[in-house]
Write a protein that binds this ligand. Structure first.
Ligand code: PEP
Ligand code: MN
Length: 264
């Protein structure tokens, strides 16, 4: 089902407010790693909405390396994002980490994110395949392209054809960045599949100063859009502060990206 041999024309995911993922225009998803509180989330959402972005990201269920790190606000975080949708007209992209959280995310969000760590959680993929919302599927940090596409196949095989892929960096021996962003998969995905693919230069590099240059590169290589972490106070962020852009840096990113391609 993922294959270009089965469906020649590009899949375009369409939303009620007219936004799209996979069209000629770039889809940019921006927001904090995690929803921390009402004030933080609203400050960031207001800013990214003004910059013309249509999609807001924020984690309510966070897959953290340490069980003692902030795990997210859960349903309270989802409720804050639902308010953000109402107030700013932004579409909400947020992660589900298991079948229970997926039930909740499906109720509140516009796009269900499956994170890198769950790319081969086949029961979660099948559950996402039965959901009525589009799925943003992130590449596992050691997944081959074949494994990545087969994970999308799991979702589609259950009947959900609105799947958006996302390259977010893979593990290599290089420790200069958090992960090594594999931009070569973008044209490879476009050749093999009709599904759209976004790039996440935030998790892909783990370093704030690398996010804007790698965003330009992602767009230049043909990505259908970007997912970027932005924070009003990155130095106080409860997760991924080092890779989160300051609000003004995000505006600069958008200015630069718009010089390469139009944004939805
Ligand atoms: C995220 O987008 O918040 C996230 C945890 O990303 P990944 O699954 O790519 O690590
Ligand atoms: Mn993050």
């Amino acid at each position: 089902l993922v294959s270009r041999d089965v469906k020649e024309d590009n899949t375009v995911v369409r939303f009620a407010n007219g936004a799209t993922i996979g069209s000629e225009e770039l889809a940019v998803v921006a927001g904090p790693c995690a929803i921390e509180n009402h004030k933080q989330a609203f400050a960031i959402a207001e800013h990214v909405a003004k910059s013309g972005v249509r999609f807001f990201r924020g984690g309510a269920y966070k897959p953290r390396t340490s069980p003692y790190s902030f795990q997210g606000l859960g349903e309270e975080g989802l409720k804050i994002m639902a308010e953000i949708r109402d107030q700013f007209g932004l579409l909400i992209v947020t992660e589900a980490v298991d079948n229970e959280s997926l039930d909740q995310v499906e109720k509140y969000a516009d796009v269900i994110q499956i994170g890198a760590r769950n790319m081969q959680n086949f029961s979660l993929l099948k559950r996402a395949g039965r959901a009525r919302k589009p799925v943003l599927l992130k590449r596992g940090m050691s997944a081959t392209l074949e494994e990545f596409l087969m994970a999308a196949e799991y979702v589609m095989s259950e009947g959900n054809y609105n799947v958006v892929l996302c390259e977010r960096g893979v593990r290599t021996f290089s420790d200069y960045t958090r992960n090594t962003l594999d931009l070569s998969v973008v044209p490879a995905v476009h050749r093999l599949s009709h599904l759209p693919i976004l790039v996440d230069p935030s998790h892909g590099t783990g370093v704030r100063s690398k996010v804007t240059p790698l965003s330009r590169a992602s767009v230049a290589v043909g990505a259908d859009g970007l997912i970027v972490e932005v924070h009003n106070e990155p130095d106080r962020a409860l997760s991924d502060g080092k890779q989160s852009l300051y609000l003004e840096q995000f505006d600069e990113l958008m200015t630069q990206v718009r010089q390469i391609a139009p944004v939805v």
